[in-house]
Design a protein around this ligand. Structure first.
Ligand code: BG6
Length: 516
């Protein structure tokens, strides 16, 4: 704490873009993977774009002793390795002056008192009040201790009532089931006002996810057909080609349902299915998301009518390379019953969607990395162009491609040029990269910036997390008692055959995701 006032603000002269007040971000779990891969590179890129507030500083907080210099060095390496733009030495030099490390426990009051002193001394250097953004990026077992200590130390209430009031960002997983999510929400509510709380789901920071609202509500041609009269089914796929890598310790306790479906995939579903909000303010959007989540019917979890398939990959070829099965991955217990794939069918019981199946799937070690939302429309009545040999007529499908190759595809039926009338489905394609260039900000850049300016639109409200857990907790309880192993699928495939059978029951087929 002996830096001079002059050396402290690391991005001198920065304008406070979108009104973010002077801010100190405190990252708990600063020596972890997320800080290196995502958070530090995001801060760096915000710096490159001149989007950090003036008098910005970053306090890395962790349990392992480290000097400021050692921490700065590791952060520099992180930027070199993971930033979407190369490191600029001059900018880094400026930036790193405001980075420091503080060692401390997550459950001892003394460490938090010291953190408070550090923040006060930053305010002295700056000569005014600063906003503190506490970013909890530790294993979930530490969440409650950190929140309680922020509350008891008075840090949660700093500058309360002003726009410089403390904010807290909480990483996933937010609970393991309904009960633990409720408990966590209670701990939060005992120290923070909901307006100070930012539960993160990085999918909401992805450009294409944000543009879903624009696509739906800034165009007048989609909304009239976005309902049960025109839509046959909706398919949401978030497939990954990677396996669990070195994360088995976490993943085996979690599984695909908790890791991807309950949060990321359900957010995609909520944005796709919700009613138009009355305005773009955070509460209006989140109210609509909660309403649609509450309209989802309880899942049928067993028997012939089960609406869920859980799978686990076995050895196979992924993108031409041999990949071991989940049980052979490092640190996976041999008796594990954790799923690496889930497919499910949901029904939304409201005026708009009654009777339209929503099919969701997500898994690791699938054929390719692709996230997309496909709206499949009903077939035309089959009065004209109905001869199968002559006319190849498929359903109109609108695919919102979230990643990679972000864009939108619309499948239409067209006449094949020639003297005979023959038809064939064709695709109209809009690609973000072609139209807007490819260097779009990472999700974490947008989300950190939003939290700094206090905009909660792209974060999850407490009741949203509970609505989603309420749906899945009975399924998790059922699986916990079920001695059957998940269904096998080959690494590099689209999941177990049972996932196909789930759709065949209603004469539907999974799309080949990522095929435009
Ligand atoms: C994380 C999950 O939330 O999202 C990971 O914990 C997953 O298991 C990752 O790989 C996927 O994110 P993205 O942005 O690469 O699609």
């Amino acid at each position: 704490m002996n830096e001079t006032k002059e050396s402290h603000p690391f991005l001198e002269g920065l304008s406070s873009h979108r009104g973010a007040p002077p801010t100190a971000i405190v990252i708990f779990g600063a020596s972890g993977d997320l800080t290196a891969r995502k958070l530090m590179p995001a801060l760096y890129n915000l710096g490159v774009d001149n989007l950090l507030p003036a008098d910005f500083s970053f306090i890395g907080y962790g349990r392992r002793e480290m000097t400021n210099d050692e921490f700065r060095h590791s952060m520099k390496e992180a930027v070199e390795k993971f930033s979407r733009r190369p490191l600029d030495e001059k900018l880094w030099e400026n930036l790193s002056k405001g980075i420091r490390f503080q060692v401390g426990g997550y459950d001892d009051a003394e460490s938090f008192a010291r953190l408070g002193e550090t923040i006060e001394s930053l305010e002295e250097q700056v000569g005014g009040e600063i906003q503190t953004l506490f970013y909890i990026s530790t294993p979930p077992s530490a969440f409650a201790s950190i929140l309680n200590n922020l509350g008891m130390s008075g840090l949660a209430k700093r500058n309360i009532g002003s726009r410089r009031s403390s904010k807290v960002v909480i990483e996933k997983p937010f609970g393991r089931n309904l009960e633990s999510a409720r408990k966590l929400n209670k701990v939060i509510a005992s120290h923070f006002d909901e307006s100070q709380v930012f539960r993160i789901d990085h999918y909401l920071g992805k450009e294409t996810v944000q543009s879903l609202l624009v696509q739906r509500f800034a165009n007048s041609i989609f909304e009239p057909i976005w309902n049960r009269r025109y839509v046959e089914c909706i398919q949401i796929t978030v497939s990954e080609s990677i396996g669990v890598g070195s994360r088995a310790g976490y993943y085996d306790q979690s599984g695909a349902l908790r890791d991807m479906i309950q949060n990321h995939v359900m957010q995609l579903l909520a944005l796709t299915a919700m009613e138009p909000p009355v305005s773009l303010d955070p509460e209006s959007i989140r109210d609509e998301k909660v309403k649609v989540l509450k309209a989802i019917q309880p899942l049928r979890v067993d028997g012939e009518e089960s609406e869920v398939v859980r799978g686990r990959y076995v050895e196979g070829l992924v993108e031409g390379e041999k990949a071991v099965g989940y049980l052979e991955e490092e640190s996976v217990p041999p008796a594990s019953t954790t799923e690496t794939f889930v497919a499910l069918r949901l029904s939304i019981n409201n005026w708009r969607w009654k009777g339209v199946p929503f099919y969701l799937r997500s898994g690791k070690r699938m054929a390719r990395r692709a996230s997309e939302i496909a709206i499949q429309f009903k077939l035309p009545p089959g009065i004209l162009f109905s001869e199968k040999e002559k006319f190849d007529v498929g359903p109109n499908v609108m695919v919102l491609r979230i990643q990679p190759d972000e864009g939108l595809t619309l499948t239409l039926n067209s006449k094949v040029p020639g003297l005979e009338t023959r038809t064939q489905p064709v695709k109209m394609n809009f690609g973000y990269a072609t139209t807007f260039g490819s260097n779009t900000p990472e999700a974490y850049e947008r989300l950190i910036l939003d939290a700094m300016v206090g905009d909660g639109t792209l974060f999850i409200r407490g009741d949203e997390t509970e609505a989603s857990w309420k749906l899945f907790t009975p399924l998790l309880d059922y699986w916990a008692e079920d001695s059957n192993h998940p269904k096998s699928y080959l690494a590099g495939s689209w999941g177990p055959v049972e996932a196909d059978a789930l759709l065949h029951r209603e004469n539907h087929e999974w799309r080949v995701a990522g095929s435009g």
